[in-house]
Design a protein around this ligand. Structure first.
Ligand SMILES: N[C@@H](CCC(=O)N[C@@H](CS)C(=O)NCC(=O)O)C(=O)O
Length: 205
């Protein structure tokens, strides 16, 4: 069995999709979480030329860039597409989710109060309703209960991961979207996902 070590901070953010994939695959790994203080000490020597985390090590091979890491693990563990059309759909859903996360984070992290109010209003009033309808339509077009057919893929993992941030900010986000609500509940009820969510370190982000 390969030895995996995933190094990141004690937050979900850019390492959590990889952690979900390990949990779903039932593959052991070292979930190394460093403090800011530890990071400052190790930063000059980390085997990432960008001096950033996350870093995944597999039998000593270093892998960087969170999306590339997630894609790699999804391929290794059987959560990516079985053919190029499935791969396209998974990446299309992933990019759609990224658009939503980016719009929400842009509003959340805006320092200027006036700009923040406008970005927040645009996000919840305009962007989010359109996004939810589009995602509901994409899900309906699937041949199964998940974004790509009848099995959990990287697309669904990205969905539950990102929607946790959305639901924390707006708990009734799915109230008019039964498909998305059902998918979220189905994913949360998956025994491996449920076990990970219950037992993982509980962090704000
Ligand atoms: N594109 C990179 C971005 C990595 C990144 O921004 N990492 C941040 C944490 S989320 C980091 O290492 N910050 C600490 C620093 O730059 O000193 C990825 O997705 O892996």
């Amino acid at each position: 069995m390969p030895q995996y070590k995933l190094t990141y901070f004690d937050i979900r953010a850019r390492a959590e999709v990889a952690r979900y994939l390990f949990a779903l695959a039932g593959v052991e790994y070292e979930d190394k979480r460093v403090t800011q203080e530890e990071w400052q000490k190790m930063k000059p020597n980390v085997p990432n030329p960008f001096r950033q985390l996350p870093i995944l090590e597999k039998d000593g091979n270093v892998m960087i860039q969170s999306n590339a890491i997630s894609n790699y693990l999804a391929m290794e563990f059987g959560f990516h597409g079985n053919d190029n059309m499935e791969k396209y759909k998974i990446e299309m859903v992933g990019e759609s989710i990224y658009d939503m996360s980016k719009a929400m984070m842009t509003a959340n992290f805006e320092k200027d109060e006036e700009k923040k109010a406008k970005l927040t209003e645009d996000f919840y009033g305009t962007f989010l309703p359109k996004w939810l309808s589009a995602m509901e339509k994409i899900l309906k077009e699937s041949t199964g209960d998940y974004f790509v057919g009848n099995r959990i893929t990287l697309a669904d993992v990205g969905f539950i991961f990102s929607c946790d941030y959305l639901l924390a900010a707006k708990p009734d986000a799915f109230k008019d979207h039964p498909g998305l609500s059902g998918l979220y509940d189905r994913l949360a009820a998956n025994p491996k996902i449920a076990d990970w969510r219950k037992n993982r370190p509980q962090t704000m982000f």
